[in-house]
Design a protein around this ligand. Structure first.
Ligand code: UN1
Length: 490
């Protein structure tokens, strides 16, 4: 039997009296038993973070950045092992798991550089012999709650900026991916991060609640389902905390009559069925102009015919399992809803004959209308809904009509159409002639409407969640200066 996966609190790997199991969704076999944190252990982790904060905030930022560079190097060395463990634990195919780890490597280098930037600014001030500047300051202990679909990349978007800015972290990863989370934290330990600066607590709702409601945690950064995210938001807001949310998506690819068909077909297949549709950026709607619709459906059927579903560790497999039984049941339920709503199944619509594992065949519905539930609600599985439109204007309107606003895409060879789409699509991420997935860490990541609460991760915005602005005025006149015009002295 595999070794127990433990929490990492104050630089120690610790157990709990209770445990739970982490399963492989392709084989339904045990990956490892896992320690399950209760509220006391979460509190111990927060206390460890608080204690470590005294020194970590005073460690010069370039030194903190160097730890991140060491993390990047170790992650590179361990990329293959981490990727394999990720595939075993949550099912995505190995090549995608490698991409997940690579995102964390990229982020570690990017945020390592922040150690020598962390830019603030100066501006002129109203009085003589006076100086003004605005600095970024750390906030203290931050709590991270992260999902299983990007078990290394998404946490890295949060913890790397948080750490380089001088905060200490308590991280509660999804209960679906504890082993890969522990292996990721081990990288920080081996890279020389001081004890208590990063703490890991494993478990589900109880641990998450304890973290979100802990009075000493000033910021909560959450990525996950809309349901849970809104609960986290309410709980934390009631305690006056800053909350950064990344939640659902219902992303669309628009294909206009003037699109490159081959390119669109490849991108749609990858964005809709890659990671088994379990990305918040996955394509779950296809908005197609009437003229190209028959050809596009034909090409998608052709492509789906050779799409290999199976264990993500096996060579040649392109679509792995869903993460668990519950996710599979949700997909089955929504396919039933789509059928009842009158949509037509063109591809898939059932489970492959694998015997075990939470597999579902890539599925395409056509004859979907924008008001159907399968066109509005997040399914988080390999289910794509095709909506036919007459024009670019109608396509944009349909795209913007859903409660989410993360990612959108348009395929057109016409530069005027492309720029109109850039102007009018109301999502946080817009792609031209590329699927809805594949965001890079040097640009802001996040969405409008129900996808979030206005925050962005990564890019030049990465530090915003984890820093406060401190405006500093230095009066070096040696006397009490009052503004010449009284009503300007605020
Ligand atoms: C997510 O699905 O939660 O844009 C993150 C992408 C990835 C990140 C997705 N780079 O597909």
């Amino acid at each position: 039997m595999s070794e127990l996966v433990r929490h990492y609190i104050g630089g120690q790997w610790v157990e709990s009296s209770e445990t739970f199991d982490s399963l492989n969704p392709a084989t339904e076999e045990l990956v490892a038993p896992v320690a399950k944190a209760d509220a006391q252990q979460v509190d111990a982790a927060v206390q460890a973070a608080k204690a470590a904060y005294r020194d970590w905030r005073l460690t010069p930022a370039p030194r903190r950045g160097e730890v991140l560079y060491a993390v990047a190097q170790l992650l590179t060395e361990r990329k293959e092992a981490l990727s394999r463990l990720m595939t075993q634990e949550m099912g995505k195919v190995l090549s995608e798991a490698r991409g997940d780890v690579q995102e964390a490597i990229d982020m570690a280098y990017y945020m390592g550089g922040e150690g020598r930037r962390m830019l603030g600014y100066t501006a002129p001030v109203e009085m003589p012999d006076k100086f003004g500047m605005a600095l970024r300051d750390s906030v203290g202990v931050v709590g991270l709650v992260t999902p299983w679909n990007f078990p290394v990349a998404v946490p890295s978007w949060k913890m790397l900026p948080a750490l380089v800015a001088g905060n200490c972290v308590v991280w509660k990863p999804s209960e679906e991916t504890p082993a890969v989370a522990a292996a990721f934290v081990k990288v920080f330990e081996d890279a020389g991060l001081p004890p208590g600066v990063l703490n890991l607590v494993l478990g589900a709702g109880e641990a998450g609640n304890a973290l979100v409601s802990h009075p000493d945690v000033r910021v909560i950064s959450f990525t996950g389902s809309t349901d849970t995210g809104l609960k986290v938001y309410q709980k934390a807001a009631a305690l006056g905390k800053k909350v950064c949310l990344e939640m659902g998506g219902k992303n669309a690819i628009i294909v206009l009559d003037d699109a490159n068909l081959e390119l669109a077909t490849k991108a749609i297949t990858w964005s809709a069925y890659g990671t088994t549709g379990q990305r918040c950026t996955a394509t779950s709607r296809l908005i197609v102009q009437s003229g190209i619709k028959p050809k596009l459906i034909e090409a998608l059927i052709e492509r789906a015919r050779v799409l290999k579903v199976g264990d993500g560790l096996q060579e040649g497999v392109e679509v792995g399992p869903l993460v668990n039984q519950k996710a599979l049941e949700k997909v089955e339920r929504y396919v039933g809803i789509g059928r009842d709503e009158g949509a037509q199944i063109v591809i898939g619509g059932g489970r492959p004959d694998t015997g075990r594992g939470f597999f579902y065949n890539p599925t395409l519905f056509s004859e979907v209308t924008p008001s159907m539930r399968i066109a509005r609600e997040e399914i988080f599985g390999p289910v794509l809904s095709l909506i036919e439109v007459d024009s670019l204007e109608q396509a944009v309107e349909v795209n913007n009509s859903v409660p989410f606003g993360l990612s959108s895409s348009i395929f057109t060879e016409n530069v005027n159409n492309a720029f109109r789409a850039i102007r009018d699509l109301t999502t946080g991420i817009v792609y031209i002639n590329h699927g809805t997935t594949g965001a890079e860490i040097q640009f802001p990541f996040g969405g409008t409407r129900g996808t979030g609460n206005g925050m962005r991760e990564a890019g030049t915005t990465a530090l915003d969640s984890f820093t406060e602005w401190k405006s500093v005025y230095v009066d070096y006149s040696g006397r009490l200066q009052r503004a010449q015009i009284d009503n300007r002295e605020g």
